[in-house]
Structures are given as structure tokens and as C-alpha cells.
Design a protein around this ligand. Structure first.
Ligand code: CA
Length: 77
């Protein structure tokens, strides 16, 4: 038995035993948003946004340094 929720696929063994952990994970994924796809992120324009469960992460693109929220170009040597 499996559910397909956007980019997530949940596969449960059959028969499904809806433990608290599984139900909790299911609800978490149902309320998950793709901040990167919807533009609701705070990544620098020179950062790569990666969607994660209940959040997102920002990583500066190659050639830029920073914490993801602020990325500055690195001077070529
Ligand atoms: Ca997210």
C-alpha cells in the first residue's frame, strides 16, 4: 500500500498498521510546503534552495560564500 503525495511516496507494509509514528509522518507530509517552488523562502538569489520536510535549506552556489541566506561572490584568484 502506498501513497503518492507530491514528491513524496509513502509505502506501508500490508496490512497497514497505523501506528502513531506513521500517522504523524503522514500528517506531516500532508502539511508540508515546497517553499522553494512557491517562492516562500529566504535564500539569497545566489543560493540553491532545497525543500525539506517542515522547512527548507539554502546553500550558496559554487563560487559564492555565505550561509545561504546571504551569499557573496568570491573573488577569482
Ligand atoms: Ca518544505
Amino acid at each position: 500500500m502506498s501513497f503518492l503525495l507530491g514528491e513524496f511516496q509513502l509505502t506501508f507494509p500490508t496490512p497497514v498498521i497505523p501506528t502513531y509514528e506513521k500517522v504523524s509522518l503522514f500528517l506531516t507530509l500532508q502539511t508540508e510546503h515546497d517553499e522553494c517552488g512557491s517562492g516562500q523562502h529566504n535564500c539569497d538569489e545566489n543560493a540553491i534552495c532545497t525543500n525539506t520536510v517542515q522547512g527548507h535549506s539554502c546553500t550558496c552556489k559554487p563560487g559564492y560564500v555565505g550561509n545561504g541566506t546571504i551569499c557573496r561572490g568570491r573573488l577569482a584568484v
